[in-house]
Design a protein around this ligand. Structure first.
Ligand code: MLT
Length: 413
């Protein structure tokens, strides 16, 4: 008799952004005359940079010619892209990463979800609360958590690290023993950042406790302030304890095109006892083995598009787009402040995290905004119990919609 993976039955409802999409679809079906503005899921609205489009067109032409056609590419990604990443994302920041420490992928959501494949189910995970739901849900699926506890809205056997206004959104080092620590900075959903000194505490902790840091740096390109690390590998010793996830989704508008990468330094080794013998396992080798078996690489056309991000023209174009979104973030932040809201984030990240008025829970505020302002955001509670009382708006909308949404919210008061 066939059995299912029963861990899936522990999951709550549907995936957060699917729940929201369904609620919005129900509302628009019932109210077809309303112009709903979506500032919920962090999906970009500006088209791809022209440099990327041109590179992909050229690559598509190459695929149509006998002489330049390519079949399966390397599972780890083409060298032309890995070399650009080494040069631009690391060397320019004084960080030495080798190209075989980089694995090109179809995005950070898949990578942060799949990475669990190479780690034991007995590991204890630590996540910030609120958190990007993929880290938690994929660990539930893998069986690395206990049951969902309706009393505290948490999964048993998971270490939740609250990040709220009370601790300036800086997670405290766990008191209990943890093995896999998920950190995302600039943070999704709160839009806040850690300084290099704060991040160093985590690296030191992971070294001491023989833990691993899974560092999601998908929003790195939005950092505006000094002293905010762009990569965890700026921190001394991080190569021995951290894996970094990067994405072209938000940086270069690839949410629909799909490309990202993982950095696994060769220094990252884990001691394991196998058949009574202590061995040292290279995490880079393990991930390589996993990728070669389960993944056939990102398309040549897409990787050519990603490569173009690093051209002079590409850099100029993506920076214009990032500035556009950060101007939206400013419009949202200032407009909400004027309307009397307490807000966080939005300075080094495309997310604004606001305190909902006291009379509402975050889901009630979601309904209130949808029905009264026809604006969609994301309820903080959807990201974890400590997100209750907060709400997220994204800066990825069009300028016109962003301005209109904020005017509508202001007029509610
Ligand atoms: C978000 O809204 O949190 C992001 O769009 C999620 C993602 O990148 O998958």
């Amino acid at each position: 008799m066939i059995h299912i993976n029963k861990n899936y039955l522990k999951l709550q409802d549907s995936y957060l952004f699917s729940t929201i999409a369904k609620k919005v679809a129900d509302y628009t079906t019932k109210n077809p005359d309303k112009k709903v503005i979506k500032l919920g899921i962090g999906d970009v609205t500006l088209p791809l940079a022209n440099a990327c489009v041109e590179a992909m067109k050229k690559a598509a032409d190459e695929m149509g010619q006998k002489e330049t056609f390519r079949g399966y590419g390397p599972e780890q990604g083409y060298d032309f892209l890995r070399e650009k990443i080494v040069e631009n994302d690391y060397k320019k920041r004084g960080v030495n990463i080798e190209k075989d420490e980089i694995f090109i992928s179809d995005g950070a959501k898949c990578d942060t979800g799949n990475i669990g494949d190479i780690f034991g189910v007995e590991n204890i995970i630590a996540i910030t609360d609120p958190v990007y739901p993929v880290y938690l849900d994929t660990n539930v699926m893998a069986g690395r958590t206990g049951e969902y506890n309706k009393q505290n809205n948490k999964f048993d056997e998971v270490v939740y690290m609250p990040v709220t206004a009370e601790n300036n959104f800086i997670p405290e080092l766990p008191k209990e023993k943890v093995d896999m620590i998920y950190l995302c900075f600039p943070n999704n959903p709160t839009g806040t950042v850690l300084t290099k000194a704060e991040l160093k505490k985590w690296v030191d902790y992971a070294k001491r406790e023989k833990a691993i840091i899974l560092y999601d740096s998908a929003y790195e390109a939005f950092i505006q302030e000094e002293n905010v690390p762009h990569t965890i590998f700026e921190v001394e010793g991080a190569k021995e304890v951290a894996i970094e996830f990067r994405s072209f989704s938000k940086t270069a508008g690839f949410t629909g095109t799909r490309c990202g990468y993982v950095v696994i330094p060769k220094e990252l080794k884990v001691e394991e006892v196998v058949n009574g013998q202590k061995i040292e396992v290279s995490i880079n080798n393990l991930w390589n083995r996993r990728q070669c078996t389960k993944f056939n690489g990102v398309s040549y056309i897409t990787q050519k598009g990603a490569e173009a991000v690093y051209t002079e023209e590409g850099q100029k174009q993506i920076k214009e787009n990032i500035n556009y979104y950060m101007e939206n973030a400013k419009i949202i932040s200032e407009g909400l402040k004027e309307a009397g809201y307490e807000i966080f984030g939005g300075k080094n990240a495309p997310y604004i995290w606001l305190k909902v008025p006291k009379q509402y829970t975050s889901w009630e505020f979601f309904d209130y905004l949808l029905e009264n302002a026809n604006v969609v955001g994301t309820p903080g509670a959807g990201f974890g119990p400590s997100g209750e009382g907060y709400f997220r708006l994204t800066a990825f909308g069009t300028r016109e919609n962003t301005k209109e949404a904020i005017e509508r919210i202001k007029n509610l008061k």
